[in-house]
Design a protein around this ligand. Structure first.
Ligand SMILES: [Mg+2]
Length: 373
């Protein structure tokens, strides 16, 4: 049978979300995705999903991803055997610098395809399961102390969420730190919260507020400083108060190696898109493990497709000590697969079927397809 790649198709979808989400740089009402379908000559198809928090996060968007895949990756991939993944990824890296989100989208479809060719779930291709489910943190992003605390309590009662994360950064750093401490105090004794200002604080604010955040029970401080301020992150980590998590500073293997050498993080937030795919995420977790650094299962707010990909990688990783924030599918108002990933008692479960283990729902895809693409 002919396993070579015969066709590659991309399309952009816009899926509504349940409630507006306040990031440091923008408030969001719908989430955009690029879907890639890679098909072999014999008719097997792999699917990948690309999405970003927004172009403010790393400079990529669904529009740039679609353009890069169509113009630059498609000619490289056609007529290749997808099972030569190592060679294909090296070709992509050689041909196109950066564009990690676009690369991760293609890698996801290739892994789905290889899993289907070999009739095994993707986690078996990545080394095998360490655990089959992981805890999920819910993100509190209403922008208001009382509303955030009320939402956390409701989520604990109705859906068994245990821990939370506060999105910060759209007000002044000092106000942000105070709001985080206030929410953490309101939840103290019931659950813990981490805070993510997406690089919008400065070293002075972070240093000043460290004791107060620690007393309030905040259990991690994620990317408080701009991505380039590794010395600043090292100073905060050396305080040994609230554990410091690196996200925007920790995309590539080389960046994580530098963070480890400079002792500039206690925790690394893993994300398959920012790192160019699942394979790199597993390698990054290995660097962290060697340096005694914990990992957290980060999200780019994917649907069940990208979330399944995250799960296949994260569930093989032993040092995923801080669980995950894989709440994308329940945060979106709708999903685009026939059988969404499974949540139970505040945990999310890795799919067991071949490939990514999720199947596109074509009716939903045409409902959310962007009309001008
Ligand atoms: Mg983050």
């Amino acid at each position: 049978m002919d396993k070579t790649i015969r066709s590659i198709k991309t399309e952009i979808l816009d899926i509504p979300i349940k409630r507006p989400h306040q990031f440091s740089a923008e408030k969001m009402y719908a989430k955009s995705f690029v879907i890639v379908r890679i098909e072999t000559a014999e008719g097997l198809m792999g699917i990948g999903e690309g999405t970003t928090p927004g172009i403010w996060w790393s400079g990529e968007s669904v529009e740039t991803m679609q353009a890069v895949i169509e113009a630059h990756f498609k000619p490289l991939l056609l007529n290749q055997d997808p099972r030569n993944m190592g060679k294909i990824l090296a070709l992509m890296d050689r041909q196109v610098q950066r564009n990690q989100f676009a690369k991760a989208t293609v890698e996801m479809a290739l892994y789905d395809l290889i899993g289907k060719i070999n009739e095994v779930p993707v986690h078996q291709l990545l080394g095998g399961l360490y655990q089959e489910s992981i805890p999920v943190r819910w993100a509190l992003a209403t922008g208001d102390v009382e509303e955030d605390a009320a939402e956390a309590k409701e989520k604990m009662e109705t859906e068994s969420y245990v821990n939370f994360k506060i999105k910060a950064g759209n007000i002044s750093p000092a106000q942000d730190a105070k709001r985080t401490a206030d929410v953490a105090y309101l939840l103290r004794g019931h659950s813990t919260v981490g805070v993510d200002p997406n690089g919008s604080w400065d070293i002075l604010t972070a240093t000043r507020w460290m004791d107060r955040l620690n007393e309030a029970g905040v259990d991690f401080l994620e990317q408080p400083l701009p991505y380039w301020d590794i010395d600043g992150l090292a100073r905060l980590t050396a305080m040994s108060k609230v554990p410091v998590m690196a996200d925007e500073s920790a995309s590539t293997l080389q960046e994580v190696m530098q963070l480890a050498k400079k002792k500039a993080a206690d925790i690394i937030s893993l994300k398959i898109h920012k790192s160019g795919g699942m394979k790199n995420v597993v390698k990054i977790a290995g660097i962290a493990e060697a340096a005694g650094i914990s990992c957290f299962g980060g999200t780019s707010l994917e649907s069940s497709i990208g979330t399944a990909a995250c799960l296949h990688a994260y569930c093989t990783i032993p040092n995923l000590d801080y669980g995950s924030e894989l709440f994308g599918p329940v945060w979106l108002a709708d999903d685009i697969v026939k059988e969404p990933v499974k949540y139970e008692n505040g945990r999310i479960f890795v799919p067991k079927k071949p490939g990514l283990g999720v199947e596109l729902d074509d009716e939903k895809v045409s409902r959310y397809r962007r009309k001008n693409t």
